[in-house]
Design a protein around this ligand. Structure first.
Ligand SMILES: [Zn+2]
Length: 265
């Protein structure tokens, strides 16, 4: 038994992974699944070097960044939520090597990044020509008045030790009327259910949380975020045949799709 870090109720062992145990909160209004214990700082650094940012050859990382087609499609859809994007300010929290910001600039957004990983940050600054800070504190130190129309965090919150803390900091950086846009893997997806401990997001040792619709909402509420809505539109995954696209639409309707896209403020 351990304690759920989100609601402080009891959690019990859900499954065993090679690198840790996955615990599940017994509170049915929470359902949070989390890695216990989390990797130490040293182990985590080694895992990021191995899986995301090999210092020698960043292009060879086993976990690729989100395909550009998906990001472009999301920005194209985003005007329905945010209005015209041109001239709006965007902060990407966990910007990696700067891919999302680079595509955001194609849509006229003025972009800033936050990336704690030193290798990725250097790469984003040098080749992405991006304004990147190591943390929210560093950004605020540089510009106390910095506020943004859109704050994105793409497949990042599942990596954070206590994501509600960073999310709370981020929500304070929104301009009046600004919105937060988060993406995270769906632990209640059809694939996650079928694959169990073989699901790629379980295997990934840098993930500390496996969010379902319910636990994600609770984590965002804990961070003080309001107006939480799931944003659902079909994503034309590159290489998918028409039949897979049709299946994707069906899964989306049933909340069984692979990724959550969530809006809040
Ligand atoms: Zn809980």
């Amino acid at each position: 038994m351990s304690t759920c870090p989100l609601c402080a109720q009891k959690a019990q062992k859900h499954m065993t992974l090679p690198h840790t145990e996955v615990m599940a909160c017994t509170n049915r209004f929470c359902e949070l699944m989390f890695a216990f214990p989390q990797l130490s700082g040293e182990e985590l650094d080694a895992a990021y070097r191995q899986f995301y940012y090999p210092a020698a050859d960043i292009e060879s990382a086993p976990y690729e960044n989100t395909p550009e087609e998906i990001l472009r499609h999301t920005f194209a859809e985003a005007t329905s939520v945010f209005g015209p994007l041109k001239g709006k300010s965007l902060l990407d929290f966990g910007c990696g090597v700067g891919g999302l910001c680079r595509i955001g600039r194609e849509y006229g957004l003025i972009t800033t990044g936050i990336e704690p990983d030193v290798f990725a940050r250097q790469r984003a600054i040098t080749t992405g020509e991006l304004n990147v800070y190591a943390s929210v504190d560093e950004l605020r130190g540089a510009n106390r008045e910095a506020r943004f129309d859109i704050i994105t965090s793409w497949d990042v919150i599942e990596h954070l030790r206590e994501p509600w803390k960073e999310l709370e900091q981020l929500s304070r950086l929104l301009r009046p009327g600004g919105r937060l846009l988060l993406s995270t893997p769906n632990a209640g997806s059809l694939r996650a259910r079928l694959e169990g401990q073989r699901w790629e997001n379980m295997i990934n040792p840098t993930h500390f949380y496996y969010f379902t619709q319910r636990s994600l909402r609770l984590a965002l509420e804990r961070a003080g975020i309001s107006d939480i809505t799931e944003w659902r539109f079909p994503i034309p995954y590159p290489g998918h045949s028409w039949i897979r696209r049709l299946i994707h639409r069906g899964l989306l309707n049933l909340h069984l799709q692979g990724q959550f896209l969530v809006l809040g403020r």
